[in-house]
Design a protein around this ligand. Structure first.
Ligand SMILES: Nc1ncnc2c1ncn2[C@@H]1O[C@H](COP(=O)(O)OP(=O)(O)OP(=O)(O)O)[C@@H](O)[C@H]1O
Ligand SMILES: [Mg+2]
Length: 278
């Protein structure tokens, strides 16, 4: 049984805007999935169907094999935690600490557990110093971290991140990669994220869905998707810069094996240099 599955999911906004057409998506346990697509592709709309914020116009969304209903919606929201693209949609308490505690309090946890989860989540995303600040007055990157801490503190089995790196500084992006790695490795969380920043994808995801105008136009592993530059360009995306560099060197008859992740590319170039040296 999959943690999340959509079957022929279609979603039509009022005004007859069809944002999702016949989407078949699967999130197995412990997967790391990226949904990539240009502006308006339907990523945020899809994610809002994962925890019942939007109800399908046709087709279905199954969580652990069960459709979302009024009766199980609380359980579903505990199970699937979504960090929205716009943190302002998610932050409303008078202080950062209270905001991060809001979800765990709603879960009815005891005070000690709440305190522990809140301080762990704030530590993980690096916002301990902001604990007493008014969330409303934070910078957008800071708000993003607060929103993320609030969801992490609820310890969902599936963490859904909509454009998690948008607006983060370079250290913030590196921190985010570490956070995702530790959540998946230590706690076995399943992570689904959307982005149009393709460079990040090989560092985090194992499986990709490529979305365009409300449809999935391709899906596969990092290797399967990023060897299709024409397909990616046709939907306003691109191959990440590192595999692109290797491909360009290959075209110039430099025999390098393809690589996608930063550490793999470093190794490939280092190896090639060592082999060439007299
Ligand atoms: N409330 C709404 N009413 C009508 N149409 C909407 C609404 N929200 C989104 N849409 C439309 O649905 C489509 C998908 O939008 P969505 O926000 O899901 O895209 P996205 O892939 O998340 O884009 P971005 O990369 O810009 O965040 C777009 O054509 C958008 O204009
Ligand atoms: Mg979006």
């Amino acid at each position: 049984m999959h943690l999340i599955e959509t079957r022929n999911l279609t979603y039509v906004y009022p005004g007859n805007v069809t944002a999702l057409h016949d989407i078949n998506f699967i999130a197995p346990r412990k997967a790391r999935i990226a949904v990539i697509g240009s502006n308006g592709a339907g990523k945020s709309t899809l994610f809002k169907c994962f925890n019942g914020i939007f109800t399908p116009s046709s087709g279905s969304v199954l969580i652990r094999g069960e459709p979302i209903t009024k009766r199980n919606i609380r359980e579903v929201r505990k199970f699937v935690g979504i960090v929205f693209q716009n943190a302002d949609d998610q932050i409303f308490s008078p202080t950062v600490e209270q905001d991060v505690a809001f979800g765990p309090i709603n879960l009815g946890l005891d005070e000690e557990t709440i305190h522990h989860r809140v301080s762990e989540a704030m530590r993980l995303v690096g916002i301990e110093d902001l604990a007493d600040r008014v969330p409303h007055h934070l910078s957008s990157g800071e708000k993003k971290r607060v929103a993320m801490a609030g969801i992490i503190a609820m310890e969902p089995e599936v963490l859904v991140l909509d454009e998690p790196t948008a607006g983060l500084d370079p250290q913030g992006v590196r921190d985010l990669l570490d956070i995702i790695n530790s959540l998946t490795m230590k706690f076995g969380m399943t992570v689904i994220f959307s982005t149009h920043d393709v460079s990040l994808v090989p560092e985090v995801a194992e499986y990709l869905y490529v979305m365009n105008r409300g449809r999935f136009v391709a899906q596969g592993t990092v290797e399967e998707i990023f060897c299709q530059p024409e397909m990616l360009q046709s939907v306003r995306l691109d191959v990440p810069v590192l595999p692109k560099l290797i491909r360009n060197l290959q075209k110039r008859d430099i025999p390098l094996p393809m690589a996608y992740r930063f550490d793999e590319v470093e190794q490939v170039l280092y190896q090639a240099y060592r082999e060439k040296r007299p």
